[in-house]
Design a protein around this ligand. Structure first.
Ligand code: 5GP
Ligand code: ZN
Length: 114
């Protein structure tokens, strides 16, 4: 989608530090990391927010989670733990309107989140 930052990263028009890629999914390091490990895991297909997933596209969410789980293992944050976050809309902190799963780890995580 034109003017979408993460579509630009998926198309390699905007540089990013890519951690994993396949035909449907891209994972890359966040530009402003909030933890020692902070990746974005995105579908290459443009979906603006998690609330727009449908029965046709929901399988993509599973691919994002499986990718994040695998990367957590590879990056040695699976133990003691990692956090997967999806912000939906501005009130929840969404700033980029292309579906993305935050993978955070490498430090203790507090609850509730801010
Ligand atoms: P949101 O606030 O929408 O849940 O998360 C958007 C995330 O994208 C933020 O963590 C932000 O740091 C990250 N981000 C924004 N612009 C860029 C960019 O140009 N490159 C990368 N790698 N991450 C970005
Ligand atoms: Zn997009």
């Amino acid at each position: 989608m034109a003017d979408c930052l993460f579509c630009g990263i998926a198309a390699k028009e905007i540089p990013a530090r890519v951690a994993y890629e396949d035909e449907a999914v891209l994972a890359f390091h966040d530009i402003n990391p909030q933890a020692p490990v902070h990746l974005q895991v995105i579908p290459k297909r443009h979906i603006a927010r998690v609330s727009e997933l449908t029965s046709e596209t929901i399988g993509l969410m599973g691919k994002l989670v499986l990718t994040a789980n695998r990367l957590a293992g590879e990056l040695k944050i699976a133990e003691p733990g990692y956090r997967l976050v999806v912000n939906c809309n501005a009130g929840a902190g969404q700033s980029v309107y292309h579906l993305h799963l935050h993978l955070l780890g490498g430090r203790p995580m507090r609850w509730p989140p801010g």
